[in-house]
Design a protein around this ligand. Structure first.
Ligand SMILES: Cc1cc2nc3c(=O)[nH]c(=O)nc-3n(C[C@H](O)[C@H](O)[C@H](O)COP(=O)(O)O)c2cc1C
Length: 244
């Protein structure tokens, strides 16, 4: 009788561990698949409490020697709109300033993937690839944060290099998954680093902090066609080799 009870308890434990593991794995798969770059937002702002929760989880990202080199500036509401106006003024006059040079020139498979992602986006928005003016207008939406009520600017302290920049990447992904898990959406944007001096000046950020990229975030505008875009991924054997 006692033996049977013990056996039953062990079995129940095994079953509950199995389900607990699977539900965690399922939750992870769901959040990972749900995260995507969203390029139109409603005006609704996330509460300060929610932002604190989301950013606290992002803080759990791993980093070289646990240096946690990310310095994040989060802007909201009117501050976004003000920055957006300043960006447009500068970019209209072709005054780009970047801490990290970017050309966006890729070759081979990388170029193919770039073209395929762009064509997914433009076709979702009903923009012909040959229509340069419409594509430029779509590009300029970057500098209005795609209408998002919040954005995070990610800075790397000077003298830190590629190795520490990877820490910012891990932090950024943690942040975007955390946003997704809490019902928010985001778009990482190299473009938000194209006026780095302006951002530093407006937010009074020390000149020793270098702007790598930004992330617009908020609640999804589900009516906007840009958000119907789904980017494909390469098969894993194109990117991963398993060795025995
Ligand atoms: C660091 C980084 C910078 C990016 N910069 C931009 C950007 O400036 N503008 C933009 O519209 N999308 C930008 N993206 C979004 C990518 O185009 C997008 O992640 C990619 O096409 C895959 O699509 P998904 O995020 O929807 O899965 C950036 C993504 C990353 C990771």
């Amino acid at each position: 009788m006692v033996k049977n009870k013990k056996r039953l308890r062990r079995l129940l434990l095994k079953v509950s561990r199995y389900y607990m593991f699977n539900s965690r794995a399922e939750a992870f798969a769901q959040i990972t698949h749900d995260r995507r770059s969203v390029r139109a937002f409603t005006k609704q702002q996330a509460s300060p409490e929610l932002l604190k929760t989301v950013f606290s989880l992002a803080q759990r990202a791993p980093s070289n020697c646990n240096t946690q080199p990310w310095q994040t500036a989060v802007v909201t509401g009117d501050r976004c709109r003000k920055l957006s106006g300043l960006f447009r003024e500068q970019l209209d006059n072709n005054l780009y300033q970047m801490d990290f040079p970017y050309t966006g020139q890729y070759q081979g498979a990388y170029r193919d993937r770039q073209v395929s992602a762009a064509s997914e986006l433009y076709s979702a928005m009903g923009i012909d690839r040959a229509d340069k003016a419409a594509r430029h207008e779509a590009f300029l939406r970057n500098f209005d944060f795609f209408g998002a009520p919040h954005a995070a600017f990610l800075f790397l302290p000077e003298n830190f290099g590629l190795r520490e920049a990877t820490d910012l990447g891990m932090y950024a992904q943690n942040l975007m998954l955390s946003l997704t898990a809490h019902g928010l959406v985001s778009c990482p944007q190299t473009a938000l680093g194209f006026a780095c001096d302006t951002v530093r000046q407006e937010l009074q950020i020390d000149s020793s902090m270098r702007l790598l990229f930004g992330i617009s975030f908020g609640y999804e505008d589900k009516q906007h066609p840009a958000n119907n875009c789904r980017t494909p991924r390469a098969e894993i054997d194109e990117c991963v080799q398993f060795f025995n």
